[in-house]
Ligand binder design. Sequence first.
Ligand SMILES: Nc1nc2c(ncn2[C@@H]2O[C@H](COP(=O)(O)OP(=O)(O)OP(=O)(O)O)[C@@H](O)[C@H]2O)c(=O)[nH]1
Ligand SMILES: [Mg+2]
Length: 588
Amino acid sequence: MALCVSAVTASSSFRLLNHVASVESCTRLSSFNCAIRGRNVRGGCVVRCVKSSEVAGGRRSYDEEEFVDMNRGLREEGNSGYEVVNGSVNGGSGAELREGGEDCEREVVGTGEGFEEGEGDGEENDYWERNEVGSSSDTTVIFPQATQKVEEDLLKRIRYQHGREVFEERAYLVGIERKNTGARSAFGISESLEELAQLADTAGLTVVGTTYQKLENPSPRTYVGSGKVSQVATAVKALKVESVIFDDELSPGQLRNLEKAFGGDVRVCDRTALILDIFSQRAATREATLQVDLAQLEYQLPRLTRMWTHLERQAGGLVKGMGEKQIEVDKRILRSQIAQLKKQLDTVRGHRQQYRDRRASVPIPVISLVGYTNAGKSTLLNRLSGAGVLAEDRLFATLDPTTRRVELPNGKECLFTDTVGFIQKLPTQLVAAFRATLEEISDSSLLLHVMDISHPMADQQREAVDNVLADLDVGHIPYLCVWNKFDKAKDPKLLKLEAAKRGDVVCISALTGEGMEEFYEAVESRLKDLMVRVEAVVPYGQGELVNLIHRLGIVELEEYTDRGTLVKAHVPLALSMQLMPLRQQPIA
Ligand SMILES: Nc1nc2c(ncn2[C@@H]2O[C@H](COP(=O)(O)OP(=O)(O)OP(=O)(O)O)[C@@H](O)[C@H]2O)c(=O)[nH]1
Ligand SMILES: [Mg+2]
């Protein structure tokens, strides 16, 4: 039986070979992500790239334009075990790889499409062969020899994590402890690395080691000092590490130098790429997908170097500048993809705006749940509304705002919106891409900041959230702190005392329901504070307006007069605006 490998992940730029499984697992892939991945492919590969927009009904259609040859690794790393026998280097017809040398690496990727477990026969058992499914493509990728042992080793590395199959990839984490942190975020290096490990786990990686260095500032060349780089390189070899992840965003130069230092087999990436990858894996709706794709392209654009320098090397330097030209071409392609994505996002957002406008026409108060990732926002929304929103012990479970109508115990209605969680060092590309989603927060009547009060870094997480909120300019919106996961608190009595002292805090457990009565009371009282007093005469023909006043406001008096129903009530600001033309004229 021939082992067939579908190695292109369902996700983004981060992992090239995380999934040895059937094609069904591959959902989307952008050509550019592939190219970026190719940078670190061990032994090189040919990957056929298809834009996510071309994914239809779970099946990808091929587009010849989208081929990206990933053989650079073979040539550049001097691995002459392969040769390209049929295909051009730069797009066009694809390529055929043949085994030629003795010590070829065996982790080779295919296209993510058209791979399936197939029957091998005789000698061909030694190959991982691509079985094209219903495609007229001329691309034939013959993989190098795979012994039974290699197959077994690979299969052993597939594991189930968070309900899905992942290829166990070994990662090593590197951070910096800045001397004289001063005004810097209060996250210590060990907490920051711990969070990075959690992110890596969420992305499906296995962390095999971490290290950090105390520095005044990161080295502009290699982030950590050269001694540390050698130390990491030794650890990478000893621990058979496949990915080295840095705790801050690396500049394109740092990325390049570190890749050089660790060799082509090791993938270098940073916190931002990791977060982008998680977002990409989790994006479920069209808007979230577009937003993540945009953030990824924005991240990749300045990092578009070295991808094509092999062209020059191949030609013995005769075509100097060819690589650069190609980079320019790629940059242009990327920019036009960015422009296209922005356009598509505008359309999608237009629909969302219509929905918001419709919502605004029914002036129900909107309450937004904001907070650090994993604080329990979705769990709270589920408790309030039985919404069935995905709530998991993973980072960034929620990417799209979900709004649910909730009737409070006093009978008043409001809308609760669950939002994307924040994290320290939130990539700027993501904040920008998700700005529109986050801006919905600015329409709310009340912000509920949900905190995991049992978390050792709760204070620092609060600070990180407050920083993002300040960026979003929502300081004017009334705010209530919800100390969640109270059931896990070490000293509940002390916490209660502290909460009582502060006044703008309620302690709850969204999981067990503890403290929900106080929660409802606090929310009701905030909403009441936000109401304005109106006196209006509603014509008998507009009875639904009187109903609305009852549903949303607190009615003091209702009287039937010859002009209509006279209502004296406290109502939400938005409703008071709607009632403006009906305000009772003072009787002369
Ligand atoms: N013990 C305890 N666990 C909780 C509580 N609230 C939520 N959790 C757990 O915390 C984890 C994260 O909960 P979510 O509701 O997904 O958190 P979130 O804030 O929506 O996270 P993101 O969507 O990633 O931003 C889940 O495993 C929940 O079961 C609580 O009050 N007590
Ligand atoms: Mg959530």
